[in-house]
Design a protein around this ligand. Structure first.
Ligand code: ADP
Ligand code: MG
Length: 216
């Protein structure tokens, strides 16, 4: 279960202060597939980054089961993220100088895990013919599938996806969405998807709306 209590994030200070997230309290059960929707600038990425230990909250708390992630400190937060959370970004964020295989295996190397599930993940994402390619040699849809494989390699409980289809054509976007739904159904992954696309939100079990930094 993911739970937040009055989570707040402000950027900057003085006249330039921006309250990006205001008192966000929400609960997400294990195995949920939820969409986070809202206008550009409403605080979706801020919320996802806080839930993913990629940024620190200004106030409030967030928990993964009994672990309070908001009080972990940088190095423990990084380690927690590596072991429990997979991230998928709009622009894939693959390392260009590494092959697909090396990108996928990187989190396992960092966590000193053996990645016994590598073959299975690569096959299920339809990547077996492409693992020795570099990101620049792959289509957007293939790059995003590599990013999903990388997110899955340490077998996290939670996948956090920030506009995962936002940079893909309709067909590749649908493929990526179908894969995320499959991981939710077959592997019981808890998945949060930030999206602008009502069709994607409609495929999720629940929609969380954010407006002006507040959960509606
Ligand atoms: P969304 O993902 O919904 O488009 P964000 O969470 O990225 O929105 O941004 C929420 C608000 O916080 C926006 O007003 C944005 O300009 C501001 N913001 C986001 N990141 C930063 C930052 N690093 N520094 C200052 N302001 C930021
Ligand atoms: Mg965003």
């Amino acid at each position: 279960m993911i739970k937040t209590e009055n989570l707040c994030k402000t950027y900057g200070k003085g006249e330039g202060i921006v309250a990006a997230l205001k008192n966000a309290s929400l609960t997400i059960e294990n195995g949920e597939l939820a969409a986070i929707i809202g206008k550009s600038g409403s605080g979706k990425t801020t919320l996802l980054n806080l839930l993913g230990c990629l940024d620190t909250a200004t106030e409030g708390k967030a928990f993964y089961n009994d672990t309070e992630i908001t009080s972990l400190g940088d190095s423990k937060a990084a380690d927690f993220r590596l072991r429990h959370i997979g991230f998928v970004f709009q622009f894939f964020d693959l390392l260009p100088e590494l092959t697909a295989a090396e990108n996928i295996l990187l989190p396992a190397r960092l966590a000193k895990k053996t990645a016994d599930n590598y073959r299975e993940i690569v096959d299920s994402l339809g990547l077996s013919e492409r693992v020795n390619h570099y990101p620049s040699q792959l289509s957007g849809g293939q790059q995003q599938r590599v990013a999903i494989a990388r997110a899955m390699i340490n077998d996290p409980e939670v996948l956090l996806c920030d506009e995962p289809t936002g940079n893909l054509d309709e067909r590749s976007g649908k493929e990526v969405m179908d894969l995320l739904i499959k991981m939710n159904r077959e592997q019981n992954k808890t998945i949060l998807i930030v999206t602008h696309n009502p069709e994607i939100a409609a495929q999720c079990g629940r929609t969380i709306e954010i407006a002006d930094g507040m959960i509606v």
